[in-house]
Structures are given as structure tokens and as C-alpha cells.
Design a protein around this ligand. Structure first.
Ligand code: NAD
Length: 356
């Protein structure tokens, strides 16, 4: 197969980790007879520096006109005080919106080799953590109406959390379909005791639960979910939730696994076009030192093969290669422990590519 991938390296460690994912993709192409061609677009701070905007119109068109998008990360202190309308993160929201990427899949898996890196006790993580967070990505408070002004002589600001029925239903379907390929359990997370948007969310999820009667279903309040993720993460299979709750819970969940650097994600549209990225940010504190963990980005590339290109065997091969490299004791700084072999970002990429 020939596939065109738009590559958004971004800022901070973005270029370093993306280069390692491309190294692995090239090896897959060589081994399985595929041709991956890359079209590079500046995004985030580097684009602001060059063009004054976090992504140009041409860059956005390139993102739309490809088979899939691979992203590193954007942002950094240099751009913290730029005008809010051109902040680096604006480009991410715009790409998600323009490409219709409504479903964000974040698998949270504790690699057994890294069990000691989890901040939780063995008695809690001993049975493993393997859950999938399905986060709604193009609705809710991050895309709602914003109002700022003055009222009764003081400043105010308001952000609207709005969901329409079809937005809830389509993300619900992604969750139920995903659960069917896993342990067949969906936990729908909301705040229905307070929010109207959550009450609509719950009503629609209940309808879907009847339709997908082979899948076990539960409602969990978001505050309780935050607690359960620490107390008993093994109880979850698929968690489905709205945009902001998913943003917060998925970062919490990622920490259970020891390092944010290990976690991939996929953002899917209604077609095959998706955007794949590690869940972490641009890590300005370690940028340019060749010490970042590239595995989250490499595993994101594996998700790209699985979800956008239907290359299941190739995706499995990458995941097995990552496992094998961890089994052999290789670790980047963030997951380093006594008795292990410390490697750089680029060495880790080469080790995974060589395993293929
Ligand atoms: P971060 O995820 O960049 O870093 C948090 C901590 O985790 C840091 O100590 C960092 O060194 C470490 N870390 C992150 N990725 C790592 C990796 N691959 N290997 C080893 N260690 C890693 O979060 P932050 O510091 O809050 O944000 C930094 C910048 O990134 C900010 O400008 C923020 O807005 C931006 N950001 C971007 C995205 C994105 O592009 N999708 C997501 C989150 C934050």
C-alpha cells in the first residue's frame, strides 16, 4: 500500500520523538512492502515564529489532504504569553475541528515490565491495568460559546458546555463498538446530578446500552471515577466521557502506568482519516537533550496502522517490538530503574526498529 502521512513535529521534544516514530514506520514499510510518504507541516510555536499563526491555511489543507496525520506536541514557555487567539494549542483544536476528529481513544495499559514505576501499590496494580478512555473531542466546553464582560461592576467569564444528541450518540457508538472487541464493559462518565448536558448524555447512553445488550454498562459520576481510577483501576474496561472530563481523567489514568511518555492516542473521524499523537505535551524541560521517551509516539504510529490503514499485523508487530525491547531491560530516563540499561531517545527508536 502507498500512504501519505502529514507529519506535524511541533515544538519541544516533538521533533525528537516523531523522528523515532518515522524510523519505525520506515522499517515497517521496508518489511511489509508499503510505501509511506511524508508531508511536513509546521504547527504550534514554530509556526507562530515563522508565520505569525499556529498553523497556516495551506498547512491545514495539507492535513485534510492525506491518509493520516502524525503529531508530536505543541507549546512551550516561549509562547505562553502570546495573544490567546494564536496560542499553539489553538492549532490543535482547529485541526481536530476541521478534520472532524470527534473521538479520542486513549489506551491506558500498565506494561508489566514497568509495574514498579506506577505510583500505586502492587496490591492495586498487581492484576494489571488495561483500560481504554474514549473521549469526545469536538464538543462540550472547549468548543462552547465564550463570554467575558463586566457585570455588577466586576469582571466575569463564562464557558458554555453544550452537547447535541447526535454528538453523544456517535461517541457512544465508538465506545460500545470498542468494548465489543475488548472485555465488553462500558462505564459512561458524567455529572448528571448537576449538569443538564450530562443528563442528556446519560439518556442517550442508556438507549445505546439497550441496543448493545451484550455489553455490560454502568453510569459513574466523574468525581467518583477520579477516585475509582486510583482505588480500583482494574474495574474499568472502556470509559466514555465528554471532552473536558476525558482530558482530566486520561491524564490521571496515564500516571497509573508510571510514565506519561508511554501513552499513545488516536483521534478518529467518521472516515478513515485520523490524527495520532502521544498524550503528553512538548516537555520543554527536556527538549533538545535526546532523553525523551519516544514510545508513546511509536505506539501512536502503531494505532495509525491499525485504525486508519487497517494494517493489523504491522500494528501488532510494533507493539510486540516495544514489549521485547522493554523485556530486554532498555529504558529511557523517565522509566529508568536499578539494573536496567539506560538509552537515549534515538537509541530507543533504533532498538524498536531493529526488533522489527
Ligand atoms: P508535558 O506533558 O509536556 O510534561 C509533563 C512532564 O512529563 C514533564 O516533566 C516532562 O519532562 C515529562 N514528559 C512528557 N513527555 C515525556 C516523554 N516523552 N519522555 C519523558 N518525559 C516526558 O506537560 P507540560 O509540561 O504541562 O506542558 C508543556 C507544554 O506542552 C505546554 O506548553 C503545554 O501547553 C503543552 N501541551 C501540549 C500538548 C499537545 O501538544 N498535545 C498536550 C499537553 C500539553
Amino acid at each position: 500500500m502507498n500512504k501519505v502521512i502529514t507529519v506535524l513535529k511541533g515544538d519541544g521534544i516533538g521533533p525528537e520523538i516523531v523522528d523515532e516514530a518515522l524510523k519505525v514506520l520506515d522499517k515497517i514499510g521496508e518489511k511489509y512492502g508499503h510505501e509511506f510518504s511524508y508531508q511536513y507541516v509546521d504547527i504550534g510555536g514554530c509556526s507562530i515564529d515563522q508565520y505569525g499563526v499556529p498553523i497556516t491555511d495551506e498547512g491545514m489543507a495539507t492535513c485534510k489532504n492525506c491518509d493520516s496525520v502524525l503529531l508530536g506536541a505543541v507549546g512551550g514557555p516561549k509562547w505562553d504569553n502570546v495573544d490567546p487567539s494564536v496560542r499553539p494549542e489553538k492549532a490543535l483544536l482547529a485541526v481536530r475541528h476541521e478534520l472532524g476528529l470527534f473521538a479520542n481513544l486513549r489506551p491506558t495499559k500498565l506494561f508489566p515490565q514497568l509495574a514498579d514505576a506506577s505510583p500505586l501499590k502492587q496490591s492495586i496494580v498487581g492484576n494489571g491495568i488495561d483500560l481504554l478512555i474514549v473521549r469526545e473531542l469536538t464538543g462540550g466546553i472547549y468548543f462552547g460559546k465564550r463570554t467575558t464582560g463586566e457585570e455588577n461592576g466586576e469582571a466575569f467569564a463564562a464557558d458554555e458546555m453544550k452537547y447535541s444528541a447526535h454528538e453523544i450518540e456517535r461517541i457512544g457508538r465508538v465506545a460500545f463498538e470498542s468494548a465489543r472487541k475488548r472485555r465488553k464493559k462500558v462505564s459512561s462518565v458524567d455529572k448528571a446530578n448537576v449538569l443538564d448536558s450530562s443528563r442528556l448524555w446519560r439518556k442517550i447512553m442508556h438507549k445505546l446500552a439497550e441496543e448493545y445488550s451484550d455489553v455490560e454498562y454502568e453510569d459513574v459520576l466523574v468525581d467518583n471515577t477520579a477516585m475509582q481510577l486510583i482505588r480500583n483501576p482494574g474495574r474499568f474496561d472502556v470509559i466514555v466521557t465528554e471532552n473536558m472530563f476525558g482530558d482530566i481523567l486520561s491524564d490521571e489514568a496515564s500516571m497509573l502506568t508510571g510514565s506519561i511518555g508511554m501513552m499513545p492516542s488516536a483521534s478518529l473521524s467518521e472516515g478513515s482519516l485520523g490524527m495520532y499523537e502521544p498524550i503528553h505535551g512538548s516537555a520543554p524541560d527536556i527538549a533538545g537533550q535526546n532523553i525523551a521517551n519516544p514510545l508513546g509516539t511509536i505506539l501512536s504510529a502503531a494505532m495509525m496502522l491499525r485504525y486508519s490503514f487497517d494494517m493489523l499485523e504491522e500494528a501488532d508487530a510494533i507493539e510486540e517490538a516495544v514489549n521485547a525491547v522493554l523485556d530486554e531491560g532498555y529504558r529511557t530516563a523517565d522509566t529508568m530503574q536499578d539494573g536496567m540499561k539506560r538509552v537515549s531517545c534515538s537509541e530507543m527508536g533504533t532498538l524498536v526498529a531493529d526488533k522489527l
